[in-house]
Design a protein. Structure first.
Length: 416
């Protein structure tokens, strides 16, 4: 266990992190085969359901652990990421949506919306009973703020059509949150989310997840072809291109905090492997451990500095999101403030993803080539950690634009 690991700040979060550590140990023996075969680990999910891990953000009154702190939720992903990052990013998708359901429940209560309060309470109770939710947001050829998947009004409610990629956790989803647009009468669009039950006619998950890393995350693509949904399935109201309004910006930051925490976990595990190797491997003619060599010491020092940077950013970003988002009444959140918070978080995300990759690269360097073999955990870590920069929002191709726009007081609008 890393000597300077980050610790949870709430009692509920402490229990959650303890569960994460236990699950990480249990999952570890299954990771190599799952990675080799690109197989989603349903057994992992079943065990997390049984322990109450999957319902952690559900309020205690509805049967969950009551973990509202996004800092603490992220630390759970950090612990899982050390041994099974594919499972970490998959369950992070679900937990973020559960957190969002609690957010919407509190928003409905705060604005005296009785119908929405009841609906969200029912959804949270289902989540406490094991319902698994995934998101289907990323699309080829556009950015997340400008979804091309469209929901069209029909007599039955809505007809949803479009194509999505990177639908993490989709093989196990009982419910899918799909970003989409709806047409206004004046020819413009609104952005929103469609709530699609798993197995809905017109929704097809593709068997297309064969990738460099994160091979057992179940991040399949999806096609929506006239998927019919009832009237109540649509949540919209934000203008097309504004990143989904208060809900969308908040959820984007919360989801990505858990993701970067998992990548820090990969870096921590790689560091530990490299340290153990340097202490135990010897070289002739001296027969001394390679830890005595200056080049190894220099590489280790760089790893330590990079990990300290990662942890500092992760801790700061988590506490920022707790203070400025999670612990604020949802109806009091301001979109302009959230843009600024998202801009600061994106700075941390950018740095952490870079530094986590650097740490794993140094660990592979220290391995002297043994880590290059497929049988080495470093080989998988090297592949897995490279998924970090692709996580939306925002990729390195877009993040500078967003950060610069917010800092300059301009409306954040990533153009494609």
């Amino acid at each position: 266990m890393p000597e300077f690991e980050l610790l949870p700040v709430t009692a509920a979060g402490t229990r959650f992190v303890e569960l994460a550590e236990k699950h990480a140990a249990d999952f570890a023996p299954r990771v190599p085969e799952a990675d080799r075969t690109a197989t989603f680990q349903t057994q992992n999910l079943d065990e997390m359901k049984a322990s109450g891990f999957t319902s952690a953000p559900v309020p205690v009154e509805f049967g969950g652990l009551g973990v509202r702190s996004v800092h603490d939720l992220a630390l759970g992903m950090n612990r899982l990421g050390r041994t099974d990052p594919s499972t970490a990013i998959a369950i992070n998708m679900h937990l973020s949506i559960v957190w969002a359901a609690d957010f919407l429940h509190r928003l409905a209560k705060g604005t005296d919306n009785a119908a929405q309060t009841e609906a969200m309470a029912g959804l949270l109770q289902q989540m406490a009973s094991g319902l698994i939710a995934a998101a289907s947001n990323t699309e080829p050829g556009t950015t997340m703020g400008w979804p091309m998947t469209e929901a069209t009004k029909v007599d039955e409610g809505w007809s949803l059509s479009g194509r999505k990629t990177f639908g993490t956790l989709s093989p196990a989803a009982d419910l899918v949150l799909v970003s989409c647009r709806t047409a206004r009468g004046d020819g413009t669009y609104e952005s929103g989310f469609a709530i699609v039950p798993g197995g809905a006619p017109g929704m097809t998950f593709l068997d297309d997840w064969d990738t460099l890393g994160m091979r057992s995350s179940g991040s399949n693509g999806a096609v929506y072809d006239g998927c019919l949904l009832p009237e109540s399935s649509m949540m919209s109201g934000a203008s097309w291109g504004d990143s989904g309004g208060v809900m969308g910006v908040s959820l984007g930051a919360v989801t990505n905090l858990g993701l970067i925490a998992a990548f820090v976990g990969i870096a921590e595990a790689a560091r530990d492997l490299a340290i153990d190797l340097a202490r135990t491997r010897t070289k002739q003619p001296s027969g001394a451990p390679v830890a005595h060599r200056y080049g190894i010491q220099h590489a280790v020092a760089e790893m330590e500095a990079d990990l300290a940077t990662c942890r500092a950013h992760l801790s700061w970003a988590g506490r920022l999101l707790d203070e400025r988002v999670a612990n604020v009444a949802p109806q009091d959140l301001n979109i302009q403030d959230l843009y600024a918070i998202q801009g600061q978080f994106q700075c941390s995300k950018l740095v952490v993803n870079r530094k986590a990759i650097d740490v794993v690269d140094k660990a592979l360097q220290i391995s002297g080539g043994s880590g290059y073999f497929s049988s080495s955990p470093l080989s998988r870590m090297y592949r897995d950690v490279r998924a970090g920069p692709f996580m939306q929002p925002y990729s390195p191709n877009e993040v500078y634009e967003y950060i610069g726009q917010v800092a300059l007081g301009l409306p954040p609008a990533i153009q494609t």
